[in-house]
Design a protein around this ligand. Structure first.
Ligand code: ZN
Ligand code: ZN
Length: 96
């Protein structure tokens, strides 16, 4: 599926559904965002579900303005939509 990433606003990109409030924490029927794969991976490698709630990152605007996400968003915006940067597994947050 090709559409527009709601975080970096690139298009057309392949998007995946991100639950702004983690499903595990009650977000099943709450708002979702269509995010490109790099943006989506970045969120989950920087933040655990608990972090997302604790840091109030349940809105796109908050994610965009987060001091750890902002530099990534600025960078990814300049990348052509076809670019899928490799995210290293070791960056993944594995504590919860
Ligand atoms: Zn994106
Ligand atoms: Zn997600």
């Amino acid at each position: 599926m090709s559409s527009r990433c709601e975080l970096c606003c690139r298009e057309p990109v392949e998007t995946t559904v991100h639950h702004l409030t983690p499903k595990e924490l009650g977000g099943t029927f709450m708002p979702t965002a269509d995010l490109c794969i790099p943006c989506h991976k970045q969120i989950h490698s920087l933040f655990t579900n608990q972090d997302i709630i604790r840091l109030h990152l349940t809105e796109l605007q908050a994610l965009r303005e987060n001091e750890r996400m902002a530099p990534f968003v600025r960078w990814i915006r300049k990348q052509p939509p076809s670019t899928i940067p490799r995210t290293r597994k070791s960056n993944h947050v594995r504590r919860s």
